[in-house]
Design a protein around this ligand. Structure first.
Ligand code: UD1
Ligand code: CA
Length: 458
């Protein structure tokens, strides 16, 4: 049996250059903390344990990711990457293999890590390295005449010849736990930064005759660390470009791949078309031939086939059926179940309501805590008065009800199937099925009445 895998994620850094009170690894990429992205990649490798070394803003980090099911390892003072890994080692099994990841390097692909793990000998070291045009700031990979890795030299400690090397240490490495423990115990901080360098274990391993394999990521974006808001924005754009490319590869039409933001999981059927400036958050599922117009924000929704979302809607936690037309300017607050063929138009807000097939509410309405049957027509300006300041009440609207414009439905109230409500009504009692109900003053005409006339002023 192969050795169990334990992952150590370094996440103690403060991120001084973020100029923020938020710990660095909690800054968000595509709506999720940086560390959450790294944890998601870590989990795909099915490790037997994940240890997160945390320091700055520690409690905040633990709280934000309390569901993560990881082993939290405090590092009170940041004394270098070697010191950081050493804090986790007492909790790591001797027979394990250790993979080191970074809480601020979110785009690493699980496949790249798999390849690195596969390349490492059971009892050997593997390093992820990259050839960079501008290697400044990175540790350099120093090889011997035969091309074998001899050591890593940090940028600040490098001689001019070493600094000229373009193969750099990405930081990602695989090592056998027992040996790693021993090497880390032997680290010294006699270097330019006075830190315990994880990278110094390479020369120790070489001295013991171990051979060190190296692999490289497919794309250098995988190894980009985030130290500033500029880098955060750059990595966000790379991430979003990848999402757009993935969707287009699956056949989704994007009117402009640069003007789409996916902050979560977006699953699309065939022949989906997405116009510009659309933000998807959480888990969104779009059925076949769904069309999403420009300027929409859609969070945690399932949208049925052939439904059109017209421009400028905010849709949250809704299940929407087939062949619906939503928008422009519709607001679906959480908790709606919308059947097929429903039309919801401009300036209509719907909350915690079930709407039956083919029902229409096209203009200027608030429908909350309501059960709407099928084939209902809700006139412009219809409001459910569902709240008395303390309690919420339900409104029940039967099938084929027709509600005239500017009607107030004072909940709790029921409109029987086929009822018609006259425009301008304030409905406070049950409206019987099949009947016309009106609740408004009768219209009167005062014959001969004259408007007052202004007296002319001298
Ligand atoms: C490190 C590597 C360098 C490599 C580079 C890649 C070392 C000594 N150097 O340098 O070879 O090219 O990464 O980006 O390893 N951290 C802690 N606790 C600490 C120190 C660091 O958790 O005490 C975390 C940081 O939050 C960060 C990561 O470890 O996520 C790397 O630390 P950083 O100081 O940025 O390393 P570099 O100097 O960039
Ligand atoms: Ca540093």
């Amino acid at each position: 049996m192969s050795a169990p895998l334990e992952i150590v994620i370094l996440a103690a850094g403060q991120g001084k250059r973020m100029f923020s009170d938020v710990p660095k690894v909690l800054h968000r990429l595509a709506g999720q903390p940086l560390l959450a992205h790294v944890l998601a990649s870590a989990r795909k490798l099915t490790p037997s344990a994940v240890h997160v070394v945390y320091g700055h803003g520690g409690e905040q980090v633990r709280e934000a990711l309390s569901q993560a099911g990881v082993d939290w390892v405090p590092q009170a003072e940041q004394k270098g990457t070697g010191h950081a890994v050493a804090q986790a080692m007492p909790r790591v099994a001797d027979e394990a293999r250790v993979l080191v990841l970074y809480g601020d390097v979110p785009l690493i692909r699980p496949q790249t890590l798999q390849d690195l793990l596969a390349a490492a000998a059971p009892d050997g070291l593997a390093l992820l390295t990259a050839e960079l045009e501008a290697p400044a700031g990175y540790g350099r990979i120093i090889r011997d005449a035969a091309g074998r890795v001899a050591k890593i030299v940090e940028s600040t400690d490098a001689t001019p010849a070493e600094a000229a090397v373009r193969e750099v240490n990405t930081g990602f490495l695989v090592a056998p736990a027992a040996k790693l423990k021993k090497w880390l115990a032997g680290l010294r901080n006699h270097n330019d930064q006075g830190e315990y360098y994880l990278t110094d274990i390479i020369a120790m391993a070489v001295a013991e005759g171990l051979s060190i394999v190296t692999r490289s990521p497919r794309n250098v974006s995988e190894i980009l660390g985030i130290n500033s808001k500029q880098e955060l924005a750059d990595v966000e754009r790379i991430y979003q470009k990848q999402q757009a490319e993935r969707l287009m590869l699956q056949g989704v039409t994007l009117r402009d791949p640069a003007r789409l933001d996916v902050r979560g999981d977006l699953v699309c059927g065939r022949d989906v078309v997405i116009d510009v400036n659309v933000i998807f958050e959480g888990k969104v599922v779009l059925g076949d031939r769904v069309q999403v117009g420009p300027n929409n924000v859609i969070r945690d929704c399932t949208i049925g086939a052939d439904t059109q979302i017209l421009p400028n809607c905010v849709l949250e936690e809704a299940t929407i059926g087939h062949r619906c037309r939503i928008g422009p300017f519709s607001r679906l607050r959480p908790g709606n179940l919308i059947a097929e063929g429903v039309h919801i138009g401009n300036f209509v807000e719907v909350k915690k309501s079930d709407v039956g097939a083919g029902s229409k509410m096209n203009h200027l309405s608030y429908i909350g805590d309501t059960t709407v049957g099928g084939g209902v027509n809700i006139g412009a300006g219809t409001i459910t008065c569902n709240y008395d300041g303390a309690n919420k009440y339900r409104t029940v609207i039967g099938d084929n009800v027709f509600i005239g414009s500017n009607t107030s439905l004072v909940a709790p109230v029921t409109l029987g199937a086929g009822a018609t409500i006259g425009a301008g009504s304030v409905i406070t009692k049950e409206a019987p099925a099949g009947e016309l109900t009106l609740a408004r003053p009768a219209q009167v005409t005062k014959p001969g009445w004259k408007r007052p006339i202004k007296k002319s002023s001298k």
